[in-house]
Write a protein that binds this ligand. Structure first.
Ligand SMILES: *Cc1c(COP(=O)(O)O)cnc(C)c1O
Length: 393
């Protein structure tokens, strides 16, 4: 049986583990070594030219980092995978490898805040023409692709209002115009959504979120065809945004429980979303698993689960948010997402803090919006906690 015949959870545990672990280890050790020594110069030469397996220097490749990349490659069914020090390093290294001065890139307005800065601040400075479209106006996105572009960049579901973008439809149009399609799949994870199967060329992650899953390591991953991923690897090995072996170990360990955790994240978020949807102090709930979500049909078709992320707005103004958050006991009031523990934060003081109220309104972000990253606690406890917190405001 080859890796690709095995099921997701089996691949997550076995696919990347080296076959030659020393001293009968059952877990990949953390290789802190920066460099690797050779008595045989011919062997050294062959390894340096990638003609024999082995390691030379940990900025390029490391025996703890590589098993993580092999695991992600197997989970995505991709030709190759490369890791990075953070999710933003995965995004910036990918874009700066694939785009050159004079190129044009089409993207959406609702990307992660850091990604948006790459599009609005750093790519234009490098002579790249950027067209950012309304996330849900697929006709407008298609029209921008038809004007010609090198790359289409998507993210779905989006932060913080969980907009769902049709990956298959937009990939088809992009390919008619010879553009590469890159999808940030951080919110969905490969358990819930596999962009490569839907037609995208490259899928990338902030591994800091669900892949690691415990809010204790940062990293990034890119998966796709070997020729393209190798080019991004080359950019990264020279520019140096390498993942550390310690973090690789943590993320590799996280992957072993990814499917189990995501099943629970999905279940908890669905139950919390349904509870909030019926609550009379709640104005609106944004969750792809609710039948009244603006793109529930597309979500249903392209996702196997709706994910652990949701957001909701309260009736009233931001003062209500200030009253509610301190009353919540089973939620860290913190940035980030995708952890075993529930995390909440208002976009008004996190991702969208630098915008004016007017700009937030234009972006469709209510002032009283709260983003909720459902953890893997018991859903009854999470709902009871929300119940008592909402009762107090
Ligand atoms: C967090 C996040 C990133 C950036 O990842 P870092 O690991 O923080 O650099 C990119 N995209 C999405 C969707 C994210 O949530």
């Amino acid at each position: 049986m080859t890796d690709s015949n095995r099921h997701f959870s089996t691949r997550a545990i076995w696919a990347g583990e080296p076959k030659d672990l020393h001293r009968k280890d059952v877990a990949t050790p953390v290789h802190h070594s920066v460099t690797f020594s050779y008595e045989d110069v011919d062997e050294w030469f062959d390894v340096a030219l990638d003609q024999r397996p082995g390691y030379i220097y940990s900025r390029n490749k490391n025996p703890t980092v590589r098993p993580l990349e092999l695991t992600m490659r197997a989970l995505e069914g991709a030709g190759e995978a490369v890791s990075f020090s953070t999710g933003m390093a995965a995004i910036s290294n990918t874009l700066f490898t694939l785009l050159a001065p004079g190129d044009r890139v089409v993207g959406i307005k609702d990307t992660y805040g850091g990604t948006n800065k790459i599009f609005t601040e750093f790519l234009p400075r490098a002579g790249v023409d950027v067209a950012l479209c309304d996330t849900l106006d697929f006709d407008a996105i298609e029209a921008e692709i038809r004007k010609g572009c090198k790359l289409l960049y998507l993210e779905t579901p989006t932060n913080p209002t969980l907009k769902v973008v049709d990956i298959a439809r937009l990939s088809r149009v992009a390919h008619e115009h010879h553009a590469l399609v890159v999808v940030d799949n951080t919110f969905a994870t490969p358990v819930n959504q596999r962009p490569l199967d839907l037609g995208a060329d490259l899928v990338l992650y902030s591994a800091t979120k669900y892949l690691n899953g415990h809010s204790d390591a940062m990293g990034g991953i890119l998966c796709g065809p070997k020729d393209i991923v190798d080019r991004v690897f080359h950019y990264r090995e020279i520019n140096g945004a390498t993942l550390h072996a310690n973090s690789a170990y943590m993320i590799l360990r996280g992957l072993k429980t990814l499917e189990l955790r995501i099943q629970r994240h999905n279940e908890n978020a669905q139950r919390v979303a349904e509870y909030l949807h019926e609550h009379d102090k709640v104005e609106a709930v944004f969750y792809p698993g609710l039948p009244d979500h603006h793109n529930h049909t597309i979500a249903k078709a392209q996702m196997d689960g709706y994910g652990g992320m949701l957001s909701f707005s309260l009736k009233g103004d931001f003062e209500q948010v200030k009253r509610l958050l301190p009353r919540m006991r089973l939620a860290h009031k913190a940035a980030s997402l995708g952890s075993v523990s529930t995390l909440v934060g208002p976009p008004r003081v996190t991702s969208h803090v630098e915008l004016t109220a007017e700009e937030r309104r234009a972006a469709g972000i209510p002032e009283s919006l709260i983003r909720y990253s459902a953890g893997i606690e018991n859903a009854k406890d999470l709902i009871a906690d929300l119940e008592q917190a909402l009762a107090g405001i």
